[in-house]
Design a protein around this ligand. Structure first.
Ligand code: ZN
Length: 162
């Protein structure tokens, strides 16, 4: 396999910053480079596509529109739930983030948008839905995945398997 540049099936190690509206939201500075297996949906599509062909040491600014990032903001993605449906020992507060199981049992991200009396309004939009994402990325490593990583479709950081 050719691991000279970012392409599907290569494990990429990158340093990055993420700005939205000029504000720094995330950075690899605190926790070290991010490693991901390209081509398996492990990072948002717009960022991955923008990095194809980069070599070790290359830096790039990648601007990702909402549709290729965390989606357009959906004004319909709200649900009103009676407060009584929450566990009694849970301190229900505006801004709280939770995982809601849908009918198929799958977990879905939600945030408490507002509380009006006994009605809790959930917002299912990702916090960055509708936002243009400004990434500055630098490729610091490229390698072949292990057979197991390739079979799983993701990297096993630190050599652990799962
Ligand atoms: Zn795995």
């Amino acid at each position: 396999m050719n691991t000279d540049s970012v392409q599907n099936g290569v494990v990429v190690s990158m340093e990055y910053t993420l700005h939205v509206d000029g504000e720094l939201l995330d950075s690899s500075a605190g926790h070290g480079p991010l490693e991901f297996l390209a081509g398996y949906g492990n990072i948002i599509p717009g960022l991955e596509n923008g990095m194809i062909g980069m070599k070790i040491g290359d830096s790039k600014k990648v601007i990702v529109p909402p549709a290729e990032g965390y989606g357009e903001y959906d004004n319909e993605a709200y649900l009103d739930v009676p407060k009584g449906q929450f566990p009694k020992d849970m301190a229900v507060e505006e801004g709280m983030e939770l995982t809601v199981r849908d009918d198929s049992g799958e977990g879905r991200y939600a945030r408490i948008e507002s509380i009006e009396g006994e009605t809790v309004r959930l917002n299912f939009n990702h916090p960055l839905a509708g936002d243009e994402l400004h990434f500055n990325v630098k490729v610091v490593g490229l390698r072949e995945p292990t057979d197991e990583e390739l079979a799983h479709g993701h990297v096993h950081a630190g050599g652990h398997s799962h």
